[in-house]
Every structure is written in structure tokens, then in C-alpha cells.
Ligand binder design. Structure first.
Ligand SMILES: Cc1ncc(C[n+]2csc(CCOP(=O)(O)OP(=O)(O)O)c2C)c(N)n1
Length: 370
């Protein structure tokens, strides 16, 4: 049996940001200031979008929302390091990668409304974003299928020698799904350019991680598949930047896939359909609030003189106005055109569907009098 040690990357915890806000010089990836500030702004905007969308759901203006509050560092770090030709397969908490990669905010919000501003034409459940323009594929709501999809895409990239990578995301709960094991096995055997990231937020709705797996860590599972596993502080943007960049370089250079376990915590409910007070304690939530990824990055940036209270006030005013204006524009849009129901499946619509589409467009026949 291979001996295990606290120093192994799949057992220990890779961190950069220290409690006092400084970066550990031994692990600091020296991210350029402009990139850090971009990440900070994106994290603040994402937190604001999530808060506003939850209010909209509570007001009955959208049907469902899954926030990632407390878990912003992973999707934002991914967005910062992804190249244009890379593909992203998110789970519920990583939709926002596409925003960092230039997907328009209006279209992002329209997906939650499911109206005519939505590139998916209202066909997907809210919070299941995708965007062809940024190579991001919607997850299916079933837990796990996006993991083999990401690995399959990476296999195609390898065959095509595209030089790109695929990112596949999952929660800790997804590691109990058969799809996880099939994907990890395939990724190991075929050395595909893939980065598989598990956001271990300690809960799979009401199931705690200790009831999900008896493994010492989740990252250690990678050993059995012949992949490197890395355990990283998922609330530390700098650490994630480093681990994900290294994994990307390795994948691009033919070194194959990496499995990353990012330790984090879901501060809010699983989704707008959940009440977490029924299964976890306030004390636990409060302890994690002290390790908030946005606060930790801010502390670092303040120490480096890159952000200030006044600057944050101005940024929040700007971001709040941007998000509010987007919601206002999007909410005013009509629903998707009904006839669009028949689009996108057949190059040439078969006769029986043409008849059904025409009947739908005509509307019901008038009821005869008499
Ligand atoms: C195959 C399948 N089983 C059960 C569910 C119900 N379900 C939805 S989300 C979820 C928990 C997912 O937990 P995790 O993978 O840890 O991700 P998290 O939501 O914590 O980010 C479950 C069990 C589902 N959607 N699909």
C-alpha cells in the first residue's frame, strides 16, 4: 500500500492567502495586479447577482435559482485562466465562468427568466446556463453527466491536437455517482487534457461529506485512476489560480488530466427550494463565514494598497446599477416565440411537425355556434 503523508498534494491543503491577508511567498503565484482586480470585481458582481436573483425568486418573478455564495473563488479563477478555445462543463455553482469569459449579463439573466432574451429559448431549467459563444455547456440537473462529457470533449481535443483543455465541475455528492468513476477512469487511461474540479462544500443538500465517502479526502480518489489529485483551499483565489493554471499547463503539454478538490462551503441554501436550517447548525455556517473568499481576497488587496473602502463603495454602486438595469431590461422582454419550440432539432422539419407548428401558430379553431 502506498504510504500517505500530510505533505501529499491530495491529502494536504494548498493555500496562498494567510490569515493576516498576506500571500505566502512559498506558494504565491504572483498574479498580475490587473488580473487580481478583475477577479475581485467579478466576485463582487457575482455575489450581487446571486443576492438579487434570490430576491426575484422570493417575489415570484423567476421560478428557481441556485446561488454559489461562499463558493465564488473557483468559478472566477477558472474564468480568469480559461483560454478562448477551452470548454467548460459546470455543475450548479459554476455558471458564472461564462460571465468572466465575456458572456453578456443580459443573456445570463434572461436564462433565469427563460424568456426571449435567453439563448436557450426558455427550454432549460433556470440556473442551467449555456453559451455557444463561450464554449460552455449546460449541466443537465442530474448529478454527474457533465463529468464524462468534459472528459469526452477533452478526448476529442486530444485527437484534434487543438491545444485546448476542458474543465468539468462537480460537487462532493457527484463523486458517488457512476459517471464520476467512468470519467476518472477514461481520463486516466487516455491522458486527456481535462481538469476535473470537485467543489467540496461539505454538503450534498442535507448529506454531509462524511456520509458521502469513507475516503480520507476526495482528492485521494484520483490515485486509483492514475491521475494526480490536488487538494486546494477553495476560498483562496490565489491558490486556485495557481493550481488550475498548473493543471492547465500540464494538460496542454500532454501530461493528461488533473483532479482538483477545492475545499469550500455553501453559505446559503442549496437552492431556492431548500431550507438548510433543518440539517446544519448556525455555528457551522458562522465559522465558514469567517473564511469568506471575497473577504480574504479583499484583505490581501487592501494590504497591497490595491483596494480601499471608498473604492469599494463606488464599485458596488456601479455594479448594483449594472445588475439592476440588466434585470429591468430583461424582465421587460416577451416570452420566447411559441413556434420556436419546433426549431433546432431537424435541419428540415418533418411534415407532421410542420403541421403541428402551423396549427400552434394559427391558434385554436373558433368553436362553431349553434
Ligand atoms: C442523479 C441525481 N440524483 C439526485 C438528484 C437530486 N439532487 C439535486 S442536487 C443534489 C445534491 C448535489 O450535491 P453536490 O454534488 O455535493 O453539489 P452541491 O449542490 O453541493 O454543489 C441532489 C442529490 C439529482 N438531481 N440527480
Amino acid at each position: 500500500m502506498t504510504p500517505v503523508s500530510e505533505h501529499d498534494p491530495d491529502i494536504g491543503l494548498f493555500t496562498v492567502l494567510r490569515e493576516d491577508g498576506s500571500a505566502d511567498p512559498k506558494t504565491d503565484p504572483n498574479v498580475p495586479d490587473a488580473v487580481l482586480l478583475r477577479g475581485y470585481r467579478e466576485m463582487r458582481r457575482l455575489r450581487m447577482i446571486d443576492a438579487k436573483m434570490i430576491v426575484l425568486q422570493r417575489q415570484g418573478r423567476v421560478g428557481f435559482y441556485g446561488a454559489c455564495t461562499g463558493q465564488e473563488a473557483t468559478p472566477i479563477a477558472t474564468g480568469l485562466i480559461a483560454s478562448e478555445g477551452d470548454w467548460v462543463y459546470p455543475a450548479l455553482r459554476e455558471q458564472s465562468v461564462m460571465l468572466v469569459r465575456g458572456f453578456p449579463l443580459d443573456a445570463f439573466i434572461a436564462q433565469v427568466f427563460g424568456n426571449s432574451g435567453d439563448v436557450q429559448k426558455g427550454r432549460q431549467m433556470p440556473s442551467h446556463h449555456s453559451g455557444r459563444s463561450v464554449n460552455q455547456v449546460s449541466w443537465s440537473s442530474c448529478i454527474g453527466p457533465q463529468i464524462p462529457q468534459a472528459v469526452g470533449t477533452a478526448f476529442a481535443m486530444k485527437k484534434a491536437k487543438s491545444g485546448n483543455v476542458a474543465f468539468g465541475f462537480m460537487g462532493d455528492g457527484a463523486t458517488s455517482q457512476p459517471d464520476f468513476h467512468a470519467a476518472m477512469n477514461f481520463a486516466g487511461v487516455w491522458k486527456v487534457p481535462c481538469i476535473l474540479v470537485c467543489q467540496n462544500n461539505h454538503w450534498s443538500i442535507s448529506v454531509p461529506t462524511e456520509k458521502q465517502t469513507a475516503s480520507r479526502t476526495i482528492a485521494i480518489k484520483a490515485r486509483a485512476y492514475g491521475l494526480p489529485g490536488v487538494r486546494v483551499d477553495g476560498n483562496d483565489l490565489l491558490a486556485l489560480y495557481k493550481v488550475l493554471s498548473d493543471a492547465k499547463e500540464r494538460a496542454k503539454n500532454g501530461g493528461g488530466a488533473t483532479f482538483v478538490e477545492a475545499l469550500t462551503y455553501r453559505i446559503g441554501a442549496h437552492s431556492t427550494s431548500d431550507d438548510p436550517t433543518r440539517y446544519r447548525s448556525e455555528a457551522e455556517v458562522n465559522a465558514w463565514k469567517k473564511k469568506d473568499p471575497l473577504d480574504r481576497l479583499r484583505k490581501h488587496l487592501v494590504l497591497r494598497g490595491l483596494v480601499s473602502d471608498a473604492g469599494d463603495v463606488a464599485m458596488d454602486e456601479e455594479l448594483s446599477a449594472e445588475v439592476a438595469a440588466s434585470i429591468k431590461r430583461v424582465e421587460a422582454l416577451p416570452p420566447p416565440d411559441r413556434a420556436s419550440l419546433f426549431d433546432d432539432v431537424y435541419a428540415t422539419l418533418p411534415w407532421h411537425l410542420r403541421e403541428q407548428r402551423d396549427a400552434l401558430v394559427r391558434g385554436p379553431s373558433p368553436v362553431p355556434h349553434g
